[in-house]
Design a protein around this ligand. Structure first.
Ligand code: PGA
Length: 240
């Protein structure tokens, strides 16, 4: 793992966005794996800024988001569809038909998971996958478990994740299920960039970098990825 420690979230975002911009300049139809949550927000702001300055175009870029809540309409302001529109897609020149999500409201979830895996595969696979990390070591919504998941799957969210994400749901009613790319899908990405900001992530980062490789800390699988870069701040690095 390539571990880089920064003084601020702004520096992390600049470093992450530069990796994306350089790649898109070389490969205008790049296939990007995107994440939601607080961690990538600043990175998306940097990408928007670079687009506005004319430094990069997303016209041919294709994106696959990691996950989406189940039983929440796509148009809900807390859906990850809305998050991506609000924080990235509506500010850049990407074609919305090139943006993909797993459907958290599919009637046949097994078929939906297969469809998403197949679509990623037929798009040539993900070039760069952006990740946050949960305080419990989850990546995507792959929660601590006895086994590493393979492809896209439906998961029940843990109490820890519900506690972390509930702040976004003003009425306090947060979905308890989600559909997420699996650990196998994430590991298939050619390059992975994981962002971690703040002391709350320090234990998860310690377990990811120095702990045993175990599905009890899903992010520990990254020890095995040939091209995983961790961009973290000093607080998140406190336990290393
Ligand atoms: P955060 O979430 O970026 O909002 O901290 C990360 C995650 O839970 O994967």
């Amino acid at each position: 793992m390539d571990l880089r420690i920064f003084d601020s979230a702004a520096e992390i975002a600049r470093a992450a966005s530069e990796i994306f911009v350089q790649h898109i300049k070389k490969f205008p139809n790049a296939c990007l794996g995107l994440a939601t949550g607080a961690s990538p927000l600043e990175t998306y702001r940097c990408l928007i800024e670079d687009y506005q300055k004319g430094l990069v175009s997303f016209r041919q870029v294709r994106t696959f988001n990691l996950d989406e809540y189940c039983d929440l309409p796509e148009e809900d302001k807390n859906s990850y569809h809305s998050f991506m529109k609000d924080n990235l897609f509506s500010h850049i020149d990407i074609s919305m038909e090139n943006t993909h999500f797993p459907n958290g409201n599919a009637a046949d979830m097994e078929a939906e998971c297969k469809r998403y895996d197949q679509l990623i595969l037929s798009s040539g696979g993900i070039d760069i996958q952006l990740l946050g990390i949960g305080v419990n070591g989850h990546i995507g919504f792959n929660e601590p478990s006895d086994v590493f998941s393979e492809g896209t799957n439906k998961v029940r969210l843990t109490e820890s994740t519900i506690r972390s994400n509930k702040i976004y749901f003003q009425d306090g009613k947060m979905p308890t299920y989600a559909v997420t790319m699996g650990i196998g899908s994430i590991m298939n990405a050619k390059k992975i960039i994981l962002l971690a900001i703040g002391e709350g992530k320090a234990e998860a980062i310690r377990r990811t970098v120095k702990g045993e490789l175990t599905p009890n800390c899903p992010a520990s699988i990254l020890q095995k990825h040939p091209d995983a870069t961790l961009l973290i701040d000093r607080e998140a690095a406190k336990k290393l």
